[in-house]
Design a binder for this molecule. Structure first.
Ligand code: FE2
Ligand code: FE2
Length: 339
């Protein structure tokens, strides 16, 4: 666990992290590293690690958030199912920057047949020298549902980061049975915690980080393309073939309840490596992080307009700026039907 007088673990599901009062607080979202650390992935891992190094150097963040699929225990591509070794290597790599980091699980970190389950990976991540992680409340669906409350100099919490496990696969339990979503019990927990905090800190907003996009992201995109002016385009594009969104077949209540609740103003996901879109819908800015993957998608090594990170800057006046940090010089910002 990250040891600092700035960080305090309050309970099994809550951290507080003190932020500087006189300068911006910068969060770098990195997603879908898909590190194999196996016999088949050596060259591609090197590219991914180099990319992360460059992005961290370029953006100098105060906190790094990984939104899932960081490791990839998938035998045909990595040559290993040993996600314990992968997690250890990932931690050693991230610890070397001496910048605190936190993360949520994606659908691949504990792929079917891998050595460790999520609980075991959570135990490992808790040992990372700069890692902020906890498995959260045991009775909740998923592992790693927790809060990081950012605390300013006056002891107030102006912004909370909600980390959520968007789970893996639905009925059937494997890749081809379709994706799961954030479950109702997690949603109820999240809204309950935020409501309680809001009573104490009326000016507080929240950001949510999870792996898989909510289905409302697709809904918003389609509305925007039809000219709905209630959807505000911010940046990026949908680069997946046939404008694919890897959403769950389940309805999921997270987005709707977040809109009603009104505290979460920003949501960040990954999962669809070629999508980098950011838009505002019903008062919530939904953002696909630029991704790192060199290994997961067939042929992705050569594709580059999606590769990078996403820099989230909280300014001292409380405003939030979200921008792409592309690894290369070219980035896709075109959305068909909008420009
Ligand atoms: Fe992924
Ligand atoms: Fe994924």
């Amino acid at each position: 666990m990250y040891r600092s007088d700035r960080l305090r673990q309050v309970d099994e599901e809550t951290f507080t992290l003190r932020i500087p009062k006189d300068r911006d607080f910068k969060i770098l979202q990195l997603t879908d590293l898909h590190l194999g650390f196996g016999i088949l992935s050596r060259n591609r891992d090197k590219l991914a690690l180099d990319a992360v190094r460059k992005l961290i150097k370029k953006s100098k963040p105060d906190l790094i958030v990984l939104t899932g699929d960081s490791i990839f225990p998938f035998l045909p591509k990595s040559g290993t199912l040993n996600n314990r070794r992968q997690a250890k290597k990932l931690m050693a790599f991230l610890d070397s920057f001496e910048i605190p980091y936190t993360q949520v699980f994606g659908n691949h970190d504990c792929e079917m047949g891998s050595v460790c389950n999520k609980e075991e990976l959570a135990e490992l991540y808790k040992k990372g020298r700069y890692c902020i992680f906890t498995e959260g409340r045991k009775e909740l669906t998923g592992v790693g549902n927790f809060l990081i409350e950012l605390v300013d100099d006056s002891g107030k919490v102006p912004l909370s980061l909600v980390m959520l496990d968007s789970n893996m696969y639905g009925e059937g339990g494997w890749f081809y049975s379709g994706f799961d979503c954030i479950q109702d019990d997690q949603v109820t927990w999240c809204m309950g915690r935020l409501n309680a905090l809001k009573r104490e800190y009326p000016d507080m907003n929240a950001m949510a980080f999870f792996h898989m996009p909510p289905r409302e992201f697709k809904e918003a995109y389609e509305k925007m393309k039809l000219g709905d002016k209630n959807v505000i385009y911010r940046h990026g594009s949908i680069g997946e073939k046939n404008e694919y969104f890897g959403i769950s077949k389940f309805k999921g209540t997270f987005f709707d309840r977040a809109v009603k609740n009104g505290i979460i103003k920003w949501m960040f996901c990954g999962h669809d490596h070629l999508n980098t879109l950011s838009l505002i819908y019903k008062g919530i800015q939904m953002t696909y992080g630029m991704s790192i993957d060199y290994l997961g998608y067939m042929g992705i090594k050569k594709s580059y307009i999606q590769r990078g990170g996403t820099l989230i800057t909280r300014r001292t006046d409380g405003s939030v700026d979200i921008r792409m940090v592309p690894l290369g010089a070219v980035v896709s910002t075109r959305v068909k039907g909008v420009h």
